[in-house]
Design a protein around this ligand. Sequence first.
Ligand SMILES: [Fe+2]
Length: 228
Amino acid sequence: MEEIRRRDPLTQSEGVVAGYAQTAQRWPAQPLQRRPLTPSELGVVTPRLPLLRGDLAGQGAKRAIGQLINVRVRVVDEGGVPVHGALVEVWHCNAAGKYIHPNDTNDAPEDPNFYGAARLVTGDSGLAELRTVKPGAYPVPDTGGWWRPPHIHFSVWGRVWLSRLVTQMFFPGEPLNEHDAILNAVRDPQARRRCIAELAPTSRGPRDALVYDYQIVVRGRAASAAMP
Ligand SMILES: [Fe+2]
């Protein structure tokens, strides 16, 4: 079988990250091989998955605790052309750094008014909008002091099941960004910068929320780094 070329070592993640034990299990130990694609891998994604609301923050008395934010995600291809109809899945922890997940052992409070995931579809301009609260930082268990900076997980599906990019969005100005093993597994500083959202001018946003712009590039030399 034909061996597949490694991904760009500068702009894509290193894979196995020192000090982050789980990456060794998540990364192929053998060279990748090309094989024939199956019909189910080439099946169309969009009609199969139900959409979930793009509002994780709730309203009024039922509002999640934390700083309200709107994230405007734009999905583009290598030429900067908007990708419309892409399925964008989003998940993140609450403002205290706690995920809605049984495996989260962090001793931080849950928030009954926070909903931790959404599934959106990009419009004609490649845009999907999410209203939520800013996620908190959290300690990674058994790492002797590694804290994840606030971040939002994204999965973008193309037209077929095989075309999927999983990545993370970071916030500008966070001191923990400098030491994060996952963000810094991307060696090219420009590629790292592309993982960090931009704060939009507050004068033009809604009164109650900060707005962040974030671009996901699904392929090409400037493709967003794949991150677990
Ligand atoms: Fe996370």
